[in-house]
Write a protein that binds this ligand. Structure first.
Ligand SMILES: [Fe+2]
Ligand SMILES: [Fe+2]
Length: 187
């Protein structure tokens, strides 16, 4: 009931293309989640809302960020592409009434990643990537060993950023080091 309502509301605030991405991200996330002990509803809500502010005009995003008393760091100031994960988490809380901190955090880090990500955050991060860049081998890995899959996706995303000569946010650096240490320790 809750997810149906959220789904309908999200559909009304984004383009068809973004909504298709949202639904496909949710399907992929649920496939990965089926291999783990995690609440299906949390996965659905996080995936449905992860890009809810993606298409919001920049000045409106800035207003939400200011209203939430969030100060953008130097990298975020220069890379508007990093704003939507912040604002999507704000909208999820303020407009959709989501109080679950784990869901809000999964939305908040779905693009950069971060150190110490929850299983939910890892699933959303990987599903979001795989929706745009399908990869059977990573999908299989995600079902068997989420950390290995996460690290592989992070390396691909960081390489993409380097190839564009764009700025790499410190959260992505922390995320990469965190997951690499975990993979080394569990070898
Ligand atoms: Fe996104
Ligand atoms: Fe996305």
């Amino acid at each position: 009931m809750k997810t149906t309502y959220i789904n309908e509301k999200v559909k009304g605030i984004m383009t068809e293309e973004r909504f298709i991405h949202t639904e496909r991200t949710m399907d992929i996330a649920l496939k990965i989640a089926s291999c783990y002990d995690i609440a299906k509803e949390k996965v659905e809500i996080s995936a449905i809302l992860h890009d809810c502010a993606k298409e919001m005009p920049k000045d409106e995003m800035k207003r939400w960020i200011k209203k939430a008393n969030i100060t953008l760091d130097e990298i975020e100031e220069k890379e508007p592409g990093l704003w939507h994960q912040i604002v999507s988490a704000i909208i999820a809380e303020k407009d959709f009434g989501i109080k679950d901190q784990e869901i809000l955090q999964a939305i908040r880090v779905h693009s950069t990643g971060d150190a110490d990500m929850s299983l939910l955050a890892k699933i959303v991060y990987i599903a979001d990537y795989l929706e745009s860049w399908p990869n059977e081998s990573i999908m299989q890995k995600a079902k068997e060993n989420i950390d290995l899959a996460l690290r592989e996706v992070m390396i691909k995303k960081i390489n993409y950023i380097f190839n564009k000569s764009a700025l790499l946010h410190p959260m992505s650096v922390s995320a990469y080091n965190y997951i690499s240490l975990r993979c080394i320790q569990n070898r």
